[in-house]
Ligand binder design. Structure first.
Ligand SMILES: [Zn+2]
Length: 371
C-alpha cells in the first residue's frame, strides 16, 4: 500500500503576511481565543477529549467553523491531486479513490494560512465493512450474542427486526458465517465522503494555524486511528502523539522493551508502565482480562499484549469494558479474532450507538434483560 492514513501537511506563508504582533496584542488574542472557547464552544460537539491520550482536546469541524467565523476568516479549497480508479484496473482490481486538498484561509484578500489534507479509500473506515451474521430462520442481520447470565448462545433480536429465534453456543449455522472485516464492495458509494474528509482534514488543520488555536486544540484524533497501532507498539515515545507531521517508525529495538519477552516471569512493572502509556488504567486492565490480579492470567504474553491493545483501542474510543464486551460479544481476553477485527467490531458498535437515541438505548437494554 502506498498511501496510508491521514496525511496532513502544514505550511504557513513565508512572505510574512501575518503582521508581527506586539506581545500585548498576542496576549490579547490569546485571551480572546480562550474566552471564545470557554463561552461559545460546546464540549462534545465542537471539540472533545479522548481519554487516554492526555493533553489537548481535539478540534472538530463544527468548532473549526465557529472559530473561523469568529475571526472573520473564509476558507477556500484547491484540489491538489486525485486518483479515481473506479474499476480498480490500476489497483489490483480493487477500486481506489484518493483526494488531496489545500485549504486556504483568507481575511478579505489577505492570506492567513494554508494547510493540506488528504483521504483515500484504503483507510480502514472506508475499505472494510462489518460482516454480519444472518438469521437462518428469517434472514435478518439481527443475530446477537446472548448474555451468559441468560444462558448465552445466540439470539435473533426482535429489537433489530429479528424473529426471536435462539441458537445454542457452537451452532454452526451461526458461527460459520463470516464476520469481522470484509472488503466493502460498495466503495464507490463513499467517494463523496472520502472527498469531504480530505477537505475536512485540511480545514481543521488550517484553522488550528490560522487562529493560533493549536495551543488549545489538536488535529482530529478520529483520523489518527491508523497511527494508534504504531503508538501501541511503542513504549518509548518521545514525540507528541498529536503532532500532525508523520512520525518516524520506532525501530524494533525500542519495541523489545514492551513486548513480553520469552515466556517466564513477567516484568509486571513493564506491563503496568505499558498499560499506563496506552491509557488503560489498572481497573480496566483487570476487567478486560476478567481477573482480580494479572498474576491470575494464564495466557501467553503475546496474547496479553493483543488483549491490552484491544482494551487500549476501546479506551481510546471512550468505551467502558462493559461497552467493549457488548461490542465484541465477549471480554477482550476472550476475543478469538485479530486486533484489527476487534477494532472493526468496536467501530461498528460505536457507529450503531451514535445512531441511537437515549430512549431507544433504554429500550434495547430492557430487551436484553428479558432475554
Ligand atoms: Zn430471525
Amino acid at each position: 500500500m502506498t498511501v496510508t492514513g491521514s496525511q496532513v501537511a502544514i505550511r504557513e506563508p513565508e512572505t510574512g503576511l501575518m503582521p508581527i504582533m506586539a506581545l500585548s496584542a498576542a496576549r490579547e488574542r490569546h485571551k480572546q481565543v480562550l474566552a471564545f472557547v470557554q463561552d461559545l464552544m460546546e464540549d462534545g460537539r465542537d471539540y472533545g477529549v479522548i481519554p487516554g491520550t492526555g493533553g489537548k482536546p481535539t478540534l472538530y469541524k463544527p468548532g473549526a467553523e465557529k472559530l473561523t467565523t469568529f475571526f472573520g476568516l473564509t476558507p477556500t479549497f484547491t484540489l491538489r491531486g486525485k486518483v479515481e480508479d473506479w474499476s480498480g484496473a490500476d489497483h489490483g482490481s480493487e477500486p481506489f479513490f484518493y483526494y488531496w486538498y489545500t485549504c486556504h484561509l483568507h481575511r478579505g484578500d489577505f492570506l492567513i494560512a494554508e494547510a493540506d489534507g488528504s483521504c483515500n479509500s484504503r483507510e480502514t473506515q472506508y475499505r472494510y465493512r462489518k460482516g454480519q451474521r444472518l438469521c437462518p430462520s428469517c434472514g435478518e442481520a439481527a443475530i446477537i450474542k446472548g448474555r451468559a447470565e441468560y444462558g448465552g448462545g445466540w439470539l435473533c433480536w426482535g429489537k433489530r427486526g429479528g424473529c426471536g429465534a435462539k441458537f445454542k453456543d457452537g451452532a454452526t449455522e451461526i458461527e460459520s458465517q463470516e464476520v469481522g472485516r470484509v472488503l466493502n464492495e460498495d466503495i464507490a458509494d463513499q467517494v463523496n465522503s472520502i472527498l469531504k474528509k480530505a477537505q475536512k482534514r485540511a480545514f481543521v488543520a488550517v484553522t488550528l494555524i490560522g487562529v493560533n488555536a493549536s495551543q488549545f486544540f489538536t488535529q482530529d484524533l478520529e483520523d489518527m486511528t491508523e497511527d494508534f497501532e504504531t503508538e501501541a507498539a511503542t513504549i518509548e515515545h518521545k514525540t507528541n502523539p498529536r503532532d500532525s507531521a508523520p512520525r518516524p517508525k520506532t525501530p524494533k529495538s525500542a519495541q523489545a522493551k514492551v513486548a513480553p519477552k520469552e515466556e517466564g516471569d513477567w516484568d509486571y512493572d513493564a506491563w503496568w508502565a505499558l498499560a499506563k502509556r496506552l491509557g488503560v488504567d489498572n481497573d480496566t486492565v483487570h476487567a478486560g482480562f476478567g481477573v482480580a490480579s494479572m498474576k491470575d492470567y494464564t495466557g501467553t504474553k503475546a496474547h496479553a499484549k493483543t488483549v491490552l491493545d484491544i482494551a487500549a483501542f476501546g479506551v481510546f474510543k471512550t468505551l467502558s469494558v462493559t461497552d467493549m464486551r457488548v461490542a465484541l460479544g465477549c471480554l477482550p481476553v476472550d476475543w478469538q479474532g485479530t486486533l484489527d477485527e476487534a477494532k472493526a467490531a468496536m467501530q461498528l458498535w460505536i457507529a450503531n450507538e451514535q445512531g441511537r437515541t437515549a430512549h431507544e438505548q433504554a429500550q434495547l437494554e430492557e430487551g436484553e434483560t428479558e432475554f
